[in-house]
Design a protein. Structure first.
Length: 253
């Protein structure tokens, strides 16, 4: 008696006789519907997974962008290289140095003798011929102050000032009531302050400043005023005049 044969599950569909029939090739253009359904389901599943993944990324990014502090998920940064369409900023250029301003209450004078300097506004000019050079005066009409400017012929400011003080014929020390004050000097200048009694104006205070100008010429600028005035009122016009003094054609800083 023959026993019936049961094929294993992976061997294909059995026949009634227990033997496999030869496979019949499918007609042209035939596609199994069951397999197509599985493929379509797989595609739809992938689309749904991708969509849900995108939604999760959007949600995480949105949450991370609005929340801050510990526990917030760091957002990914994206670096993009692109040429900027904005025009490049021009290089800064150095602005020219401003012209030095004139001190309040002063004006620039281009004296016909051949130099410029700053003198107080309202002071009037006059000129006399000295023994060796023209002497220019700028006088205050209100309080008796005066500036006196003239060129020197000595070799140094210190030598010239020594002669001005001690010359036996015209030195300051010969004036009535002469009282020497401070005497100071530098490499290119020398200065002496003193008092004396003027027969017409009374007690006078004087500062005589002798210096080498930018063109190498030596000059004296003397500032004087009544002895009763504050010393700063006599010093101020002298300092401004010396600082601003410039011979014609010279390069002055």
């Amino acid at each position: 008696m023959r026993r019936s044969y049961t094929p294993p599950p992976w061997s294909g569909d059995p026949t009634s006789s227990g033997r496999r029939l030869a496979a019949t090739p499918p007609p042209a253009g035939y596609a199994p519907r069951r397999r197509s359904g599985r493929a379509l389901a797989a595609v739809v599943g992938l689309v749904l997974v991708a969509g849900l993944s995108g939604l999760g990324v959007w949600y995480l990014g949105r949450d991370g962008g609005e929340r801050s502090g510990a526990g917030a998920a760091p957002s990914a940064s994206v670096s993009v290289s692109a040429k900027s369409s904005a025009p490049a900023s021009p290089e800064p250029t150095a602005s020219p140095s401003p012209t030095p301003s004139v001190a309040s209450g002063y004006r620039v004078v281009r004296d016909p003798v051949g130099y410029t300097l700053d003198v107080p506004q309202g002071w009037t000019r006059r000129q006399q011929q000295g023994e060796k050079a023209p002497v220019v005066y700028y006088d205050s009409p209100s309080d008796g102050r005066q500036l006196q400017i003239f060129a020197l012929s000595e070799a140094t400011p210190a030598e010239s000032l020594d002669l001005a003080e001690n010359d036996p014929g015209y030195g300051y020390a010969k004036q009535p009531g002469y009282q020497p004050g401070d005497r100071t000097s530098g490499d290119t200048w020398a200065e002496l302050s003193y008092r004396y009694e003027d027969k017409d104006k009374g007690t006078r205070q004087v500062i005589d400043h002798r210096f080498q100008a930018a063109d190498g010429t030596l000059y004296s600028i003397r500032s004087s005023g009544p002895g009763s005035l504050a010393a700063g009122l006599v010093r101020g016009p002298l300092t401004t005049a010396v600082d601003s003094f410039c011979p014609a054609g010279a390069q002055c800083s």
